[in-house]
Design a protein around this ligand. Structure first.
Ligand code: NAP
Length: 290
């Protein structure tokens, strides 16, 4: 592994496949830490923008560019991850560490771990409603959790090296089982996307155009906050539902029960019960958010 020390920091040759919001943002931060970053994306245009924006030192549409890299982040949409790794394998050495950034972990780890010994599943808990290389930004990950989901067979030196690269991005590192990750993120990431998407659709189903116009004029921070994640990248929402299907369904069914309960209390004018529910939520939220 050809690494060089720059000040206190070990700098490496890092590859990124999929130069979009996440891949591009990783590139910007890793380059500013002194790493050499080589990028591969599907479109020539994206590669040019990535280099022009300083997200990569070099970029190409051919995976052969990543032949000499020490560590590669797979940042494509989830549906392309397995095929990307299969196509990458003939080009790289056995020591190369592969990691992904997919929002779902169990299915990805099950598919990729058998293909590559030095694979560590990962998920940065950060994003915006934008997508593509134009949306990439410096400091996207700072202050946010970054989850690694190694298995019993993941080499500990691969995990340690990846953590040493991620720590300077000021992320809050966590480790857990891929299945535990999927269950937890169903609650705090995937369910909110489904709920927020339903909120937007329900609001837009108002039949009176004058009411819609008025609602639009009056919409402020509350609607902006609650509709934000439902108005994001459609591909991402679909991938959450498709690749974390069981956990997303499970959380949605529990959510529907809660909605039914609230509907019941309002319908029966059970104001005391409703107030108790809101009071419990008000007290519980700050503790949950810490
Ligand atoms: P994105 O902005 O749409 O970027 C994905 C990029 O992947 C596209 O720009 C596309 O590049 C490239 N790509 C697509 N297929 C490819 C292929 N077969 N080979 C090489 N490149 C390919 O999406 P994103 O939000 O960065 O999401 C990427 C991954 O991050 C997903 O797996 C997602 O689950 C995960 N993630 C997303 C968020 C979030 O909030 N957005 C948060 C955490 C994790 P071209 O422009 O060249 O077509």
């Amino acid at each position: 592994m050809d690494t060089t020390r720059q000040g206190e920091l070990m700098t490496m040759k890092i590859g990124i496949v999929g130069l979009g919001l996440i891949g591009g943002s990783l590139g910007l931060d890793l380059r500013s830490l002194g790493h050499q970053v080589l990028g591969v994306s599907r479109q020539e245009r994206t590669c040019k923008i990535a280099v022009a924006r300083g997200a990569t030192d070099e970029a190409a549409t051919d995976l052969a560019l990543l032949a000499d890299t020490d560590l590669i982040f797979i940042c494509t949409p989830i549906a392309h991850m397995r095929s990307t790794v299969s196509q990458l394998i003939p080009h790289i050495s056995l020591e190369t560490i592969l990691t992904d950034v997919g929002s779902v972990k169990a299915s990805i780890v099950q598919e990729i771990a058998p293909l590559w010994r030095n694979f560590v599943g990962g998920h940065p808990m950060a994003g915006t409603t934008e997508s593509g290389i134009e949306a990439a930004q410096h400091g996207l990950f700072a202050g946010n959790p970054y989850v690694l989901t190694p298995t019993e067979t993941t080499p500990s030196d691969a995990i340690a090296l990846l953590e040493s690269i991620l720590r300077p991005l000021q992320v809050r590192l966590h480790r857990c089982q891929p299945e535990a990750h999927d269950r937890a993120v169903a609650w705090i990431s995937h369910l909110p996307v489904m709920v927020s998407a339903s909120l937007i659709a329900a609001c837009l189903s108002e039949a009176d155009p004058d009411v819609i116009k008025l609602a639009q004029a009056l919409a402020s921070s509350g609607f902006r906050d609650t509709s934000r994640v439902g108005g994001g990248n459609p591909e991402l929402g679909l991938m959450m539902a498709r690749y974390n299907r069981a956990e997303v369904l499970r959380s949605l069914l529990v959510y529907r029960e809660q909605l039914d309960r609230i509907i019941h209390e309002i319908d029966h004018e059970n104001w005391t019960t409703l107030e108790e529910t809101f009071q419990q939520n008000q007290a519980a939220r700050p503790k949950f958010m810490k």
